[in-house]
Design a protein. Structure first.
Lengths: 721, 217
């Protein structure tokens, strides 16, 4: 009975119907009022919202002690104990800003991100494939970004006075060995991977995260597509070849397989070439990639790419009217990797994987036949822990296995080396608030072959202003082993080193992007050598030493605008690089041939709805390349005339599932010269005769027809980006 | 005997309390649904969303409060005249609510259709740079919603809307999109006829369908 009484009593109390009023104003730390705050008594249906001026009135019939909650987007929730007893109360909370990954400051020094995430990024993945001068090569698009130099006779990525080997390329966090196709000297190469494979990229021209190493100048991290949205088949027919891709998309897994073939012979038969081809470049590739969701919050991806290609070219010998030297190149390449990501409990997440690259090159120089093989196994395991929304730490362990072998088949000679790197990296991010972030990291490594251990510290910070612009500063040390071709000769070589200092300003607002950056890079322990012969391949290295040094300093500006002109997107880039270094066979500080001082580019894309077409124009120019004329005193004593290129492209969406793409490089047919090649010996008059290094043809014309077959008739080749 | 009476009392009390809570739930839902009808500005819709969020924290097993919180915020996003910095947080918050609803009630055509509606909102913020990426995703999501329930007029109406947008972009005829809008209107009629009181199931979207239909004639 007592219990019953007690229950009745409770009900009576509940029914006593006294009303309590709580009122006040909600403000943030800056004293500004916050509208739309959800204000409620925990465990009841009672609540209200703050008005536009931040005021609120909560009237409740509840009695007793309750928790009053203030909840608003972008702020941390606050709770107060309140005693409801009929007396009016006043409560004026100050809500603290929550760290919002969407609007918080990001470290943008050195970095250019292309992503579909909503955060401020420089480019979208689709922008990359539609740059006219890129001709579908992912690297071609990066060459229109600040900090890069266009070295047309090479095709690889040259960043801020660094040579092409100073850029490391990663796919889903794992290193890609020999990412560019093998080629004969002065025949430009391309990346091996189809740009449609990637959903985003992170291109850093310096000061990058401790997660990346063995690159003095630049890291390019490419992320593969997560889950394609539908089953589809893509057919591509191009002026240089064709291919087919089949995508099978399931709820929890998907599979994409593709095969492509290219042969430049028919094209070269139609269009006159500067080069004397014995066999135009040809090749095939096949690719399979699979993705699977596992457990609750995990993804596992696997990817295999294999290809074979070749070419045979007559390279003219300076001072001779004959056909010259016949150079045959054959390349076989495989890249395989598997990677995973897993979200754990308590703000832990894990990722990692293993990749294998195998590159076999055969060079046939007539009297000499060479074969070299480069293998790389990279494995990585990293964990990320968010200790609070402000503080997180990323730690990882990596292993690199290098295996390089060189054989002179004609002489039956062989040599090789193996190296194993063990790496430990750790990086901490600390957000003071949404405006200020600090990042500190270290990368420690050990090389078994060089017997060297190293420790590279890196720091950066960024501050976001009221007007949404942000300023970042980054500094760090970067280590990289010399190229295999030199290490095999001098196996005790140690890391070359670069120190970076970067100051960056970045603003994205209303469809416009401004990015300006100043940098200083200091090189130490660069490799120097004496070389017996430079043509047709540098041979006979001697006196390999590490007493080279150098610097690169300068600034670059990037402006992109998608708003000012209707249906038009354009960007303008200017980079100034002042670089001098003592390296390779130079005995004094010189401006390298791959580091023009003034570089600029303009890319314009205009969509014409009536024609269902996108027109693209890109212009690139620089002030010319340095080269060494042995007839003149001094080293690197000459400079070519300015390089200029105007490329046009036209993409026509004939049907929702049919894209026709036409592009032409160097429309004006300018005779660009990238340097001169001189004879090894002077002629009877005592003059070294030279040949200009040019492009393979004044223009390159590309026609592609891309047809997508799927149940959804509006799907096309670009949908998966 | 004493033990039994205690148990009975506790059970009675419990059922009384759940009943009370159900009544409160229904009352609160009715009130917020009414508010949603009259809400005009994004600020009003934010308040409505707050109301549904309060109900959601009391009724963690019901998907409807989270669903309506998401719908109110998505509508706030569509109606807001601000830039991406104003609209994106609204759609982001809407996503959080709709994903919570999807966890409570998986494979629910209405929830999937609302997920698509939110994607459409994000797309509308910046079609030039998000179009390629999000239009495929929106189509796929609406397709999934239709597959889950071919009688869901909202899923069919929004799929039709997307089809019309695509057809316009590619200069094709509006037949397919208009066909979908027409069948969605038939389903709306059916829905009106069979509407039950007190279920709070979604019924919105007929006005939008009617509006689009005008462009079809």
């Amino acid at each position: 009975m007592k219990i019953l009484l007690a229950i009745c009593f409770i009900f009576l109390v509940n029914c006593s119907l006294a009303q309590t009023t709580i009122q006040g104003v909600v403000k943030d730390q800056k004293g500004e009022t916050i509208p739309g705050v959800n204000i409620f008594l925990k465990g009841t249906f009672e609540g209200t919202s703050s008005e536009i001026d931040g005021t609120y009135i909560l009237e409740t019939k509840e009695e007793g002690t309750y928790t009053l909650v203030f909840q608003s987007m972008g702020f941390k929730s606050q709770e107060f104990e309140v005693l409801l007893n009929g007396n009016p109360q006043s409560l004026n909370p100050i809500l603290r800003e929550a760290i919002n990954e969407m609007t918080a400051v990001t470290i943008s020094a050195g970095a250019m991100e292309a992503s579909d995430e909503k955060r401020a990024v420089v480019l979208r993945p689709i922008d990359i494939v539609t740059v006219p001068s890129a001709m579908g090569d992912i690297i071609g698009a990066f060459q229109t970004l600040p900090g890069t130099a266009n070295v047309g006779n090479d095709g690889r990525l040259f960043v801020r006075g660094g040579d092409a080997t100073e850029t490391a390329i990663f796919i889903d966090g794992l290193k890609v060995g020999n990412a560019f196709g093998t080629t004969a000297s002065n025949v430009p190469t391309r990346t091996r991977f189809n740009p449609n494979l990637f959903k985003g990229s992170f291109f850093s021209t310096g000061g990058y995260s401790a997660e990346y190493g063995q690159a003095l100048s630049s890291a390019l991290a490419l992320n593969t597509v997560d889950f394609p949205v539908r089953n589809q088949g893509d057919i591509s027919i191009m002026s240089v070849g064709g291919g087919y891709t089949q995508t099978l998309a399931g709820e929890k897994n998907s599979l994409t397989a593709s095969a492509n073939y290219f042969d430049l012979s028919p094209y070269q038969a139609l269009v006159k070439q500067n080069f004397d081809w014995e066999r135009a470049p040809y090749g095939w590739d096949a690719e399979v990639s699979g993705r699977k969701k596992w457990c609750k919050n995990g993804v596992i991806k696997a990817f295999v790419h294999t290809e074979a290609n070749g070419m045979k070219i007559w390279q003219p010998v300076p001072g001779s009217d004959e056909r010259g030297q016949l150079v045959g190149v054959q390349n076989q390449y495989t890249f395989a990797q598997t990677s995973f990501r897993q979200l754990g409990e308590n703000d832990w997440s894990y990722y990692g994987g293993i990749s294998y690259s195998n590159n076999v090159d055969k060079f046939d120089l007539g009297q000499m036949e060479m074969r070299n093989q480069n293998q790389l196994v990279h494995s990585k395991l990293a964990a990320l822990k968010g200790f609070s929304e402000k503080f997180s730490v990323k730690t990882g362990i990596e292993s690199y296995l290098f295996n390089y072998e060189e054989a002179l088949i004609s002489e039956d000679l062989k040599r090789d080396f193996r190296d194993h790197h063990t790496i430990l990296f750790s990086e901490a991010d600390y957000y003071v608030n949404n405006r200020l972030v600090f990042r500190g990291g270290i990368r420690a490594g050990h090389s078994s072959l060089a017997g060297q251990s190293w420790l590279d510290p890196r720091i950066s910070l960024a501050y976001k202003f009221d007007h949404e612009g942000q300023l970042s500063l980054a500094a760090g040390q970067f280590s990289q082993m010399p190229v295999e071709q030199l290490r095999i000769l001098e196996q005790s070589t140690q890391n070359t080193r670069a120190d970076h200092l970067i100051l960056n300003y970045f603003l994205v607002k209303n469809g416009r992007t401004i990015r300006a950056e100043a940098f200083y890079k200091d090189y130490k322990k660069l490799i120097t050598y004496e070389v017996a012969q430079l043509f047709p391949m540098p041979l006979g290295f001697d006196k390999i030493q590490q007493n080279g040094e150098g610097y690169a300093r300068g600034m670059d500006v990037f402006y992109r605008d998608q708003k000012s002109f209707k249906n038009t997107d354009f960007w303008v880039t200017y980079s100034f690089v002042d670089s001098r270094r003592k390296f390779a066979h130079f005995t004094e500080m010189v401006q390298p041939g791959f580091a023009p001082r003034h570089n600029g580019s303009i890319v314009v894309k205009h969509f014409i709805s009536a024609l269902k077409s996108q027109l693209g124009v890109s212009v690139s120019a620089n002030d010319g390349y340095t080269y060494e004329n042995p007839n003149l005193p001094g080293q690197m004593n000459s400079k070519t005339k300015s390089f200029q290129d105007l490329s046009l492209s036209w993409s026509y969406l004939a049907k929702p599932n049919l894209i026709i793409h036409l592009a032409c490089s160097n429309v004006l047919g300018r005779d660009n010269i990238f340097g001169y090649q001189y004879a090894n010996e002077p002629n009877e008059n005592g003059v070294y005769e030279g040949n200009p290094i040019k492009l393979q043809a004044p223009r390159f014309l590309f026609l592609g027809i891309f047809l997508t077959l799927s149940k959804d008739k509006s799907a096309n080749n670009l949908n998966n980006l | 005997m004493k033990k039994y009476s205690l148990a009975i009392i506790v059970m009675m009390l419990y059922s009384l309390m759940t009943q009370a809570s159900n009544e409160a739930y229904e009352k609160a839902m009715l009130k917020e649904l009414q508010n949603m009808k009259t809400a005009a500005s994004p600020e009003d819709l934010q308040k409505v969303a707050n109301g549904f969020a309060r109900i959601a924290q009391m009724m963690p097993e019901e998907w409807l409060p989270d669903y309506y919180a998401a719908l109110a915020l998505a509508n706030a996003g569509f109606r807001s005249e601000g830039g991406a910095n104003v609209k994106d947080p609204l759609f982001d918050q809407a996503k959080k609510y709709v994903d919570k609803a999807a966890k409570i009630s998986p494979n629910n055509s209405e929830i999937v259709a609302l997920q698509g509606f939110i994607i459409m909102g994000e797309l509308a913020v910046d079609p030039a740079s998000r179009g390629q990426h999000l239009s495929g995703l929106a189509m796929q999501t609406f397709g999934k919603a239709v597959d889950l329930n071919r009688q869901n007029p909202r899923a069919i109406m929004m799929l039709g809307q997307m089809e019309l947008g695509m057809a316009q972009f590619f200069g094709q005829g509006p037949e397919k999109g208009c066909g979908l809008i027409k069948s969605s209107l038939e389903l709306y009629e059916k829905e009106d006829a069979s509407k039950e009181d007190g279920t709070f199931l979604p019924t919105w979207g007929k006005e939008i369908a009617l509006q689009i239909k005008q462009n079809c004639q």
